[in-house]
Ligand binder design. Structure first.
Ligand SMILES: [Fe+2]
Ligand SMILES: [Fe+2]
Length: 122
């Protein structure tokens, strides 16, 4: 396998894993709503393992780089995601408005958590 093919495969692979994670977790939410707790737990476990497949591939490909640089980049991206989500919320009625705002606040919280980690790393 050539380097380019591996690079192409890696991108598709990681994107595929990411889609699977979201879909497994969506199914887990539905299972929880139906009171199927064990089913939900199994689906969450699979989602986590899919996440780890993509994560290990990224690490092995050297895509993470310097930890502090990574965290700084993510802080900006979390803040931007929050900004865009709040903006989107302003164009929608319920129940989408609440979901957009709720998840925007999560993104803001992620940024604050990462800022705390960055301070601790010094
Ligand atoms: Fe996988
Ligand atoms: Fe986030």
């Amino acid at each position: 396998m050539t380097g380019l093919k591996l690079e192409e495969y890696l991108e598709k692979w990681v994107r595929g894993e990411a889609e699977e994670i979201v879909e497994y977790l969506a199914a887990a939410i539905v299972a929880e709503e139906q009171g199927l707790v064990e089913v939900a737990q199994a689906l969450k476990m699979i989602a986590f393992e899919e996440a780890m497949h993509g994560a290990k591939a990224l690490v092995q490909a050297g895509k993470v780089g310097d930890l502090k640089e990574f965290i700084r980049k993510r802080i900006e991206e979390e803040k931007e995601a929050a900004r865009v989500r709040h903006e989107e919320a302003s164009h929608h009625d319920e129940p989408w408005k609440t979901l957009f705002e709720y998840t925007a606040r999560d993104e803001e919280r992620h940024a604050r958590i990462l800022e705390g980690i960055l301070r601790k790393l010094g």
